[in-house]
Design a protein around this ligand. Sequence first.
Ligand SMILES: Nc1ncnc2c1ncn2[C@@H]1O[C@H](COP(=O)(O)OP(=O)(O)OP(=O)(O)O)[C@@H](O)[C@H]1O
Ligand SMILES: [Mg+2]
Length: 314
Amino acid sequence: MLKLRQAAKKYEDQVIFSNIDIAVKAGDIVSILGPSGCGKTSLLRCIAGLAAFTEGELFIDSREVTRIKAENRPVVLMFQEPLLFPHLTVLQNAIYGMKHGKRKLSRKERIRQAEEMLKKIEMFEWKDRYPSQLSGGQQQRVSLARALLLQPSLLLLDEPFSSLDAHLRHSLRIWVRDFLKQEGVTALFVTHDREEAAVMSDRLIVMKDGKLQQEGEPREVYEQPLNKDVADFMSDGLHLDGEFYTASSLSISGSQAGTYQGIIEHPLFAYGYTFYRIKIPELEQSVVVRSDEVREEGQQVSIAVQQKGSAADD
Ligand SMILES: Nc1ncnc2c1ncn2[C@@H]1O[C@H](COP(=O)(O)OP(=O)(O)OP(=O)(O)O)[C@@H](O)[C@H]1O
Ligand SMILES: [Mg+2]
């Protein structure tokens, strides 16, 4: 569905990203994950045609669109903010893009399709309300409806949930994922939240400093980060002599005979368990290890590492 070859973007002398190769299969949701400023939004803007690639080729639906204008690309970009027109109702907002779109539909047909879409996103009862009368999550759902009514081959989402509070964000991202899957939408989804990337996507791409670092299924990237940058960003575990040990191979050992000495930084509570973030000064790394024993901040502990290939590994 999407093929990007050797893409690069420069602003004057500054390289924003380079050597980017991405392929997305029809119906897949692919996340682009990376720290702030690594070039994610710039990349999406170039794919959408809002900015031009300095180098590279872009194919969508097997058609080269590298130099095609934004409005003629079969792509819709959804932003962080819902960007609805405040003076238009939900229905008018949903229809808005279709009026200016390439598909020439009668007004009646536009309304029919928009109403059907509003039913799907569970916003039909709100069709005559104005954006200011909706919650942030409802507004984002309406902007998703507006995007999908344009029937793009590819939907681009740039941190669409980041303006929402944590609870809403958690429920909405699952809802959106299920909805996109059900509709068979192909999507490229940008986030700097690794959990969100894992929840949302079939595959993920980790970017740093304008370079593509790793591409794979979320679990594969999490368990086998290719380099330290990916591991720092995506995984919990330890780098030792060029090898990566997942958090599951680490434990707090009672004796001082443990392999590494660490200092408890703080507890983390998740899913009924307590984890501790532990700094290991000699390795200049921090790890997160589960422990059922209560530990104090600043307490010294020993970290044991289950060696690869040993019994507990398989
Ligand atoms: N129009 C522009 N002119 C010059 N530099 C730009 C322009 N747009 C973006 N940049 C630079 O490109 C770099 C990447 O920015 P970008 O917005 O793509 O990052 P990002 O990964 O989306 O970050 P965030 O997670 O904070 O949204 C930044 O250093 C930014 O200053
Ligand atoms: Mg951005």
